[in-house]
Design a protein around this ligand. Structure first.
Ligand code: PLP
Length: 220
């Protein structure tokens, strides 16, 4: 199936509350253009330099989402155009995003990355750490950052029950923080190629799909 037909197929089956982030990392601008021509507007990238180069080549109404680990010294390069940063994983990073956003007179939408389980990534806040940030209102001083919710990745496993439990845990935590501290919360980013259907059932509002649309890294 072509990139265009995959985009059409996924979007046609999404519930109204969930949107697709087409994860285009490692894939060249023409592949992104093909998805764009099929109507896709939200794209996710995980490397700053790659993102900056592609952003320059592609239509300006693309909504770029940064989904990878973000180094503080590279924040300034994406602030002029980024729509969403899914991977805010330390208070220090949020402080830098806030400072750069203030300089460039923007307000940046961010998600706190929550470490729910996945063993092969060390990034993200634990649920306890994140809860404490809201109890103490640690992030309230960042006026140029808008925390819209959370991002999480489930374990790399075939055990669908385990994946569902992890998404359910993150979804419950999202609802808890939204009720107690952050009524504006509207974004829960969870679900990738292998687990997005479960993620949607558990309340995801943004799914991040790469290989299903664009093929594996280095393939078509
Ligand atoms: C690469 C990546 C994805 C997409 O993964 P696929 O399994 O290819 O769909 C989603 N989220 C993050 C954070 C990623 O790095």
């Amino acid at each position: 199936m072509s990139i265009a037909s995959k985009i059409t197929e996924i979007n046609a089956n999404l519930p109204g509350t969930t949107r697709l982030v087409a994860v285009s990392k490692f894939h060249p601008a023409p592949a992104i253009q093909e998805a764009y021509d099929a109507g896709q507007r939200i794209f996710g990238e995980s490397k700053v330099q790659e993102l900056v180069e592609k952003q320059d080549l592609l239509p300006k109404d693309i909504e770029w989402h940064f989904i990878g680990h973000l180094q503080t010294n590279k924040v300034k390069y994406i602030i002029p155009f980024i729509s969403f940063i899914h991977s805010a994983d330390t208070v220090k990073l949020l402080e830098v995003i806030n400072k750069q956003a203030e300089k460039q007179r923007r307000i940046i939408n961010c998600l706190l990355e929550i470490h729910i389980a996945r063993e092969d990534t060390k990034y993200g806040f634990t649920i306890e750490e994140a809860r404490s940030l809201f109890e103490k209102n640690t992030l309230g001083k960042f006026e140029n950052v808008c925390i819209r919710g959370f991002m999480g990745m489930a374990s790399l496993t075939d055990d669908m029950r385990k994946i569902r439990t992890e998404f359910r845990t993150l979804s419950a935590f999202f609802n808890e923080i939204k009720e107690k501290y952050a009524p504006w919360f509207d974004t829960l980013s969870m679900g990738m190629t292998d687990d997005y259907k479960i993620a949607i059932e558990e309340g995801s509002t943004l799914i991040r799909i790469g290989s299903y649309i664009f093929g594996n890294r280095g393939n078509d």
